[in-house]
Design a protein around this ligand. Structure first.
Ligand code: ZN
Length: 172
């Protein structure tokens, strides 16, 4: 995400202070699947200060990502037991889509958490966070939220992943 010059005054999603016109601004956007939209998606955009103070090292976006991840429970990867799971009232197409989405979800977790060493459960993550971790966490967050939003429509979000939508505004 590259900072762009703000052409109008907006409010920072993290600190709620105005982002002055002409200052550097970061915009985080997520596409969420929506069959009612002509494009099939709608986009949530949030603006953040790139540097609130002249000498600051972290952007408001960095702070926001770190805080969200600090609140989240680490995902439990092992549990592929279909027994005892409530039967979902879905069509064949929806079941197929759900299976594909779950596969994608697990591969994201494997890639970022297991192989990528992105450990969001360690308390030191908050204090020793590196810019690389923030970027990695941002990518993971955006990917996983897109998948979870799509899963919500086809049978719901798996319980152990519910924490990932905490702090997200539900855009309707
Ligand atoms: Zn801010």
């Amino acid at each position: 995400m590259k900072p762009l010059i703000a052409r109008r005054v907006t409010t920072c999603y993290y600190c709620k202070d105005p982002i002055i016109k002409g200052s550097e601004r970061l915009t985080d956007s997520i596409n969420i699947k929506n069959s009612n939209s002509s494009t099939g998606y709608f986009t949530i955009k949030r603006h953040f200060h790139f540097r609130k103070e002249e000498d600051s090292q972290q952007s408001c976006h960095d702070m926001w990502v770190v805080e969200i991840f600090a609140r989240m429970p680490p995902p439990i990867i092992k549990s592929n037991n279909p027994r005892g799971r409530p039967a979902l009232n879905l069509t064949v197409e929806q079941r197929t889509e759900r299976r594909i989405l779950l596969k994608r979800l697990h591969s994201q977790v494997r890639y970022y958490i297991t192989e990528g060493n992105l450990d969001l459960s360690k308390p030191q993550y908050l204090t020793e966070v590196t810019l690389r971790d923030v970027r990695k966490a941002t990518r993971f967050r955006n990917n996983i939220i897109t998948i979870l939003e799509a899963l919500e429509i086809v049978g719901g979000i798996p319980e152990k992943y519910e924490g990932y939508l905490v702090g997200e505004e539900t855009a309707a």
